[in-house]
Design a protein around this ligand. Sequence first.
Ligand SMILES: Nc1ncnc2c1ncn2[C@@H]1O[C@H](COP(=O)(O)OP(=O)(O)OP(=O)(O)O)[C@@H](O)[C@H]1O
Ligand SMILES: [Mg+2]
Length: 137
Amino acid sequence: MATTISRDPAGTLALGRALAAELRAGDVVALTGDLGAGKTHFVKGLAAGLGATGEATSPTFTLLHEYEGGRLPLYHLDFYRLATPAEALALGLDEYLDGPGACAIEWADKFPDLLPARTVWLRLAHGADGSRTVSRE
Ligand SMILES: Nc1ncnc2c1ncn2[C@@H]1O[C@H](COP(=O)(O)OP(=O)(O)OP(=O)(O)O)[C@@H](O)[C@H]1O
Ligand SMILES: [Mg+2]
């Protein structure tokens, strides 16, 4: 398990940008870690690294963002407010997993069985002095 330290929010964005260079259609990045650990910042780095130029608005805004205009679409899902796996499926999870873009899913460990074996699992954690650690499992 490789662990990287992020000293500040810009560092977490940079780690997301770096991973974006590796992303291909169908890739799934699962993000776990405590409230405020930096999961959303990391996904914003992914979107920036893909060159996304905009976000699609949707009625399920807090559960699902689509970043468009980049090298690949990026589907950003957040399981935090979902109570059951059925709610994730009702959002269209399977279509996003098998869509033409890549998926990044916050609080993915709530329903790990919904995600494919190819999923890359990243755990973010609060470190000393406001830093964060990002570990690839
Ligand atoms: N090294 C760091 N990396 C990322 N965020 C940091 C860092 N240091 C401080 N922060 C702050 O921590 C907060 C992280 O917020 P973010 O929304 O990315 O976390 P999150 O894991 O998505 O939280 P949630 O579980 O609520 O979705 C931001 O306010 C950010 O400015
Ligand atoms: Mg978040």
